[in-house]
Ligand binder design. Structure first.
Ligand SMILES: C[S@@+](CC[C@H](N)C(=O)[O-])C[C@H]1O[C@@H](n2cnc3c(N)ncnc32)[C@H](O)[C@@H]1O
Length: 508
């Protein structure tokens, strides 16, 4: 589906890269005073290149972020806002730069298949400086409503400024081939046929094949069979998600969020959806009474607090707390019940973020420690409730982290498994008999979810999985796994990240 974006301003649509006499950048080689009509053109004088037009500046930001993601594993969601600020892009220009960056990263797999068909040699032999620019151009041509001549010329203008005239000509030639067909026509050519359903979905919906197969298995579909629900999930990953806000219990209310322009959420009593605007600008967010947090993240934390525990209910542990989203919710709920939360995080910088997230919680209920929860300093049986929100592949948050799907490999999940198991083992040790552990991942990948829980619980005589969906009865269609013991949220069913939850009771 094409995102709704504004067409380029007319002046961006005019220059044609093949018509050098009309290029606005030729003026840079002319003498002083050779700027455009009205005296507002290039005022830099001899040797000073003219400022790029807004359309070129927008694409330059997108290109710089795409290169940083490719070359040094940068995170687009962290780098892009900084680049927009540095270059002074706001409003519609910032929105377009964001759409171009995220859209290109999301649809990279599809565009690579198209580009491969447009280049005589293999795509992997294309220079690292050129490839992100080709993808950016392909996105404008195939994934937006930008007029093709504007998409090509503005992209090639960036090429000239960044990678030189020779490679700009190559980009121009490739993008003209890309623009010769629309997306559907290209998919008819480059996507595998129905005999290879996972391969087809990988190209059509731009996911690595192994991710398509892993998600299909998590949804209970055969990767070689009909993948109707998997296709709905993959399509949802390519949509722009709404921002979900958390009203920290005891510090803000849903009414505050609604007053700030958000609308009440479907399931979480602490959530509201913000369709437009920058959440960082909200007063409540600046005052840290409200945070940005996915609704499923809120609900898995809430489920942990809803399980009844016989005896005391005063000591809670968040064993993997950074950056503090769930700790903020748990700290508020703990404070309202006169319980205390210990929030542990192994990375000192992230522990700092947790401290900021739980600051001024109800009754000042939370303490933050830098600690390795696989080798904890606390005593066995010290806690009544424990949350393990384990480090994972993040395959459940692909809507929000557009580059993550290209970074992870099947090996990533295997490498994480020992830590996930150790964290769950130590969490069960830390829980008193009768207490409860929530094991959570923002990934639905079975080896990280059921695989870990079943491996750990099978080796212990003091742990029993309880039906997690019973504690979230307001949410339809979340029971997962054998006998529906687990909870699995899905973007295409619930509009949330694909969070997994297992609740495990510690027996005597
Ligand atoms: C999925 S994130 C947790 C997200 C967090 N619960 C929230 O809602 O904001 C996992 C966190 O666990 C931390 N972590 C990884 N290994 C750990 C360990 N051995 N002990 C404590 N924290 C660990 C990571 O640094 C990361 O911050």
């Amino acid at each position: 589906m094409r995102p709704p974006i504004d067409h380029e301003p007319r002046r961006e649509a005019d220059p044609d890269v093949t018509d050098r006499s009309r290029s606005p950048y030729r003026s840079g080689r002319r003498g002083p005073g050779a700027g455009g009509a009205g005296g507002k053109g290039n005022k830099g004088g001899k040797g000073t290149p003219p400022s790029p037009s807004p359309g070129t500046a927008v694409r330059r930001v997108a290109y710089d972020v795409l290169r940083a993601v490719q070359d040094r594993d940068a995170y687009a969601n962290l780098l892009l806002p900084a680049k927009l600020r540095d270059r002074g892009l706001t409003g519609r220009d910032a929105a377009l730069a964001t759409e171009l960056t995220y859209g290109t990263l999301r649809r990279q797999g599809t565009y690579d298949a198209v580009l491969d068909a447009c280049i005589d040699r293999s795509l992997s032999s294309v220079d690292a400086e050129v490839l992100p620019l080709l993808r950016l151009g392909a996105h404008q041509l195939l994934g937006t409503g930008i007029p093709p001549h504007a998409a090509v010329s503005a992209t090639v203008n960036v090429a000239r400024r960044t990678i030189g005239q020779h490679r700009a000509r190559f980009a121009n030639a490739v993008l003209r081939k890309v623009g010769a067909r629309d997306l559907d026509a290209w998919l008819d050519i480059v996507a595998p046929g129905p005999e290879d359903p996972a391969g087809r979905l990988a190209v059509v919906h731009s996911h690595p094949r192994w991710v398509v197969e892993a998600l299909a298995r998590a949804l209970g579909e055969d990767p070689a069979g009909d993948l109707a629900e998997t296709e709905r999930l993959l399509a949802a990953h390519n949509e722009r998600p709404e921002v979900t806000l958390l009203a920290k219990p005891g510090r803000a209310s849903i009414a505050d969020l609604v007053n700030a322009g958000a609308r009440e959420a479907r399931y979480s009593p602490y959530a509201a959806y913000l369709s437009e605007g920058d959440p960082a600008q909200l007063t409540e967010v600046r005052q840290r009474r409200v945070a940005v947090q996915d609704e499923a993240s809120q609900l898995v934390g809430l489920a942990l607090t809803r399980v009844s525990v016989d005896g005391p209910d005063a000591r809670w542990l968040d064993a993997c707390a950074g950056p503090g989203g769930k700790a903020a919710l748990l700290a508020g709920l703990a404070g309202q019940r006169e319980a205390r939360l210990l929030a542990a995080e192994v990375q000192p910088a992230r522990a700092g973020l947790v401290a900021s997230a739980v600051h001024r919680s109800v009754r000042d209920s939370a303490r933050v420690v830098v600690a390795d929860s696989t080798r904890p300093a606390w005593k066995d049986g010290a806690f009544d409730r424990v949350l393990v929100d384990a480090p994972c592949t993040g395959l459940g948050a692909l809507r929000r982290r557009p580059e993550a799907r290209w970074r992870r490999t099947p090996e990533s999940a295997k490498e994480l498994a020992p830590t996930q198991e150790a964290l769950l083992q130590r969490a069960l040790d830390a829980t008193r008999p009768g207490g409860v552990v929530a094991y959570v991942t923002c990934s639905p990948h079975l080896p990280e979810t059921e695989g870990v829980v079943e491996g750990v619980v099978a080796g212990r005589s003091d742990a029993e999985v309880i039906r997690a969906a019973d504690f979230l009865q307001e949410v339809p269609d979340i029971a997962a796994g054998k006998d529906g013991k687990y909870v699995q949220f899905w973007p295409h069913r619930h509009g949330t990240d694909a969070m997994f939850l297992a609740l495990i009771r510690k027996s005597a």
